[in-house]
Design a protein. Structure first.
Length: 136
């Protein structure tokens, strides 16, 4: 069931039209202004991948080529890329941390200004982890 995207030449907005099949003929109408002067756009393609496939692609060493662990911007960009690859919403705290890293703020400054960050993370694994168990 495809979704086609169109550009409205009347108002300049983009609108999406859902169809039940590829062969269904559709007369698109702009949802913003009701205009019928639309031109079809080339849309992004979504590919469904298994979790295993996503994890394999994340382990590819080429993903780490541009990573500079001493540069907060590089670290933030890498974290955003990995979260997008996993396709999961990691919540507003994660987004804030990544935004702050990408703006150049150091991880230490972020941790200091967000003391409750990561609180309760061990609960998903059977309770809070004892201090020192996260040393890498």
């Amino acid at each position: 069931m495809p979704i086609y995207e169109y550009h409205c030449t009347d108002c300049g907005r983009q609108t999406s039209v859902f169809t039940r099949s590829i062969s269904e003929e559709v007369k698109p109408v702009c949802r913003a202004c009701g205009g019928e002067n639309l031109s079809r756009l080339i849309s992004r393609v979504a590919v469904v991948r298994s979790e295993e496939s996503r994890l394999e692609s994340m382990a590819d060493p080429s993903n780490f080529a541009g990573l500079d662990e001493d540069d907060p911007r590089s670290l933030g960009s890498f974290m955003r890329q990995m979260s997008q690859e996993m396709g999961e919403d990691l919540g507003p705290e994660f987004d804030e941390v990544v935004d702050r890293l990408e703006s150049g703020q150091s991880p230490e400054d972020i941790e200091e200004s967000m003391p409750d960050l990561g609180e309760g993370m061990g609960e998903d694994f059977g309770g809070d982890l004892p201090a020192g168990d996260l040393d890498l």
